[in-house]
Design a protein around this ligand. Structure first.
Ligand code: GDP
Ligand code: IMO
Ligand code: MG
Length: 429
């Protein structure tokens, strides 16, 4: 029966980990469908325990939930094993984690090439996480990738890695002046890792479709966000996969007709990590206020996130390209204490007003936000659990964002802990 997709509506780090964990208790399966260890999803349990997940689905902390790394993900085995070991050390049962046989592996040469390419690009760099994500997806599309199932066929694995390195070593040594990698060493290391993760390799698309036939709930957890999508984002300053909801079915191996709802995670202001246009970005004390109060540092790279005001055309765009049915507005508490809260309702581009995202990147890069100022609130809202108990101005802020964003705001985050959430409508309806 039903699957629900959970996606980031902005540039990532909207609070997808918290939202997934919140629904986790009522879901049977949580599936990551794209991205890899470039993701950093934070979950903070009601008792304050904090977890930062990179490759593992954020359902892993809920006992009884089965977790799947789907075929659309690129998996770095070292990160996978380290993450599993870290959770097991903290007493979390990870036995329910499966990895799709069709998922691609992030190989050491992908990580090396990601890093040197960025250095080579200099001022034009994307600002990637350096985790080899782009090069791994490039090899997938070029049909020279190594898949998870390949570790079960030693001969094939040797052939693939040797063929890949025959070319990649030329690139590393001759273009970038770096050391090449030894194919035997790469394969031996991978086989040693495969001894540990081998038992988790599964035909996950069969398992997920059988689960749907049994009427179980699937939550397809996106990583990154709409504007980092390689098709729909601020290209070329994007990731190399499709975080948007349309890819969720492909990356999990189910049919799109099984998707009942799309839950968009939306921060009450905007952040972005890495290079690229960002119309509402603040370079002043206000930006610093948001960064400090919101704790806006990257989970994976520790980089400071760029911060700015809420951008309504982005939210509306996300509603359209993902078919969002419900929003989870996170981090409303971070805006507490401001006299006025500006919200971008449109842009001026080349002297002309528009309320929608422009068609070209050059127009978006020169977009000047048109702001509407909403009155702020001073009261601490972190313990509020009913929408009607919020200060009137906080309620009005949420209602105005709902109007501008084009889908109902069903949950509101008032603090980092999973339980610091106001639920207005049940998204699993
Ligand atoms: P993700 O990548 O979308 O899962 O988001 P991240 O975990 O990278 O970043 C979101 C950050 O915001 C984390 O530190 C969360 O603990 C925190 N967070 C999530 N929701 C809220 C909220 O409603 N209020 C506050 N103050 N923090 C939140
Ligand atoms: P979560 O799932 C925020 C950004 C990088 C860079 C661009 C490309 O935690 O929201 P990549 O390493 O993917 O080739 O980098 O995408 N980026 C993210 N920004 N949150 C993420 O994930 C991100 N994953 C990648 O900063 O600008
Ligand atoms: Mg994150």
């Amino acid at each position: 029966m039903p699957a629900i997709v959970l996606i980031g509506a902005q540039w990532g780090d909207e609070g997808k980990g918290k939202a997934t964990d919140l629904l986790g208790g009522r879901i049977d399966w949580v599936v990551r469908y794209q991205g890899g260890s470039n993701a950093g999803h934070t979950v903070i349990l009601p008792n304050g325990e904090k977890f930062a997940l990179r490759l593992l689905p954020s359902g892993i902390l809920n006992p009884g939930v089965r977790n799947v790394i789907g075929n659309g993900v690129v998996v770095e085995p070292g990160v996978l094993l380290a993450e599993l070991a870290g959770l097991e050390e903290r007493g979390i049962d990870t036995s329910q984690l499966m990895v799709s046989a069709d998922a691609h592996l992030v190989m050491p040469y992908h990580v090396a090439i990601d890093k040197v390419t960025e250095r080579y690009l200099g001022a034009r760099k994307i600002g990637t996480t350096g985790k080899g994500i782009g090069p791994a997806y490039q090899d997938k599309v070029a049909r020279i990738g190594v898949r998870v199932a390949d570790v079960l066929d030693e001969k094939l694995l040797h052939e693939k890695v040797e063929a890949a390195l025959a070319f990649k070593n030329q690139v590393l040594t001759k273009i970038y002046n770096r050391k090449g990698l030894d194919p035997k060493q790469v394969v031996d290391e991978l086989l040693a890792q495969a001894e540990q993760f081998g038992p988790r390799i599964a035909n996950t698309k069969l398992l997920l479709n059988e689960a749907l036939e049994r009427d179980e709930w699937l939550l397809l957890e996106g990583s990154q966000g709409t504007l980092l999508d390689v098709d729909h984002g601020t290209y070329p300053f994007v990731t190399s996969s499709n975080p948007t909801a349309g890819y969720a079915a492909t990356g999990a191996g189910i049919g799109p007709t099984k998707i009942r709802a799309v839950f968009g995670i939306l921060k009450a202001y905007t952040t972005r990590v890495g290079s690229g246009p960002f119309p509402t970005e603040l370079h002043d004390d206000m930006g610093e206020f948001l960064r400090k109060t919101g704790g806006e540092q990257g989970v994976v790279t520790g980089r400071d996130r760029r911060c700015g005001w809420f951008d309504a055309p982005i939210a509306r765009y996300a509603t359209r390209v993902n078919g969002i049915t419900d929003f989870f507005l996170t981090k409303l508490d971070v805006l507490t204490g401001l006299e006025k809260v500006p919200v971008a309702v449109g842009y001026t581009i080349n002297g002309k007003r528009t309320d929608e995202l422009p068609a070209t990147q050059s127009e978006f890069s020169s977009a000047e936000p048109v702001y509407e100022e909403l009155p702020g609130w001073w009261e601490d809202i972190s313990e509020v659990r009913e929408f009607d108990d919020l200060p009137a101005n906080a309620r009005a802020y949420v209602q105005r964002l709902e109007e501008l964003s084009g889908a109902q705001i069903s949950c509101v985050g008032v603090g980092p802990r999973q339980d610091q959430t106001i639920v207005r409508h049940d998204v699993l309806r």
